[in-house]
Design a protein around this ligand. Structure first.
Ligand SMILES: C[S@@+](CC[C@H](N)C(=O)[O-])C[C@H]1O[C@@H](n2cnc3c(N)ncnc32)[C@H](O)[C@@H]1O
Length: 148
């Protein structure tokens, strides 16, 4: 897993909050190649067999790679947009949204995440760091690209 896709140790952060992932339903929205789900599955191993991971991404290519890398029975992946998540309300205990918000309508994305996250739920969301925005601006590529 690259540093860009693992800016924090999510399991350690959850531990600090005294939150166990056991028996939890976890959505990784904009999951890309499923690195976060692989990481959590590999790190927790057999200790957390009851956790369920759902990865969703707008890119079929990314979803296909994520599926091929995560064959564990507790993990599912589907193609979906954060703008219209195909899940019932309160469906998840934890939502991960790592470096996806820069590419989407943030209002719509946050509305959808709030809808699918239960009342006690926790969200981990991140943006690119300042250096990324600076490098893009200086290179002339602009701040945003591939806005869905
Ligand atoms: C910078 S990558 C981060 C991937 C992953 N979260 C990680 O940390 O490795 C951004 C991801 O957001 C996905 N994405 C972009 N727009 C999206 C949308 N509207 N709905 C769902 N996913 C989207 C892209 O396909 C891409 O996989």
């Amino acid at each position: 897993m690259s540093n860009a896709s693992k800016p924090i140790d999510l399991l350690r952060e959850l531990k600090k909050l005294r939150i166990s992932i056991n028996n939890k339903r976890i959505l990784d929205v904009g999951c890309g190649k499923g690195d976060w789900i692989s990481y959590m599955n590999q790190t927790t191993g057999e200790a957390h067999t009851q956790v369920h991971f759902m990865g969703a991404d707008i890119s079929l290519k990314e979803v296909t790679v994520a599926k091929s890398r995560n064959s564990a029975r507790n993990s599912d992946f589907l193609r979906a947009t954060i703008k219209n998540l195909p899940f019932r309300g309160n469906a998840f205990d934890i939502v991960i949204c790592n470096v996806v918000l820069p590419y989407v309508s943030q209002k719509k994305a946050i509305e959808q995440i709030s809808r699918v996250l239960n009342e006690e739920g926790v969200i981990f969301a991140s943006h690119h760091d300042f250096g990324w925005y600076l490098a893009n601006a200086l290179s002339g590529r602009g701040v945003y690209h591939g806005f869905h």
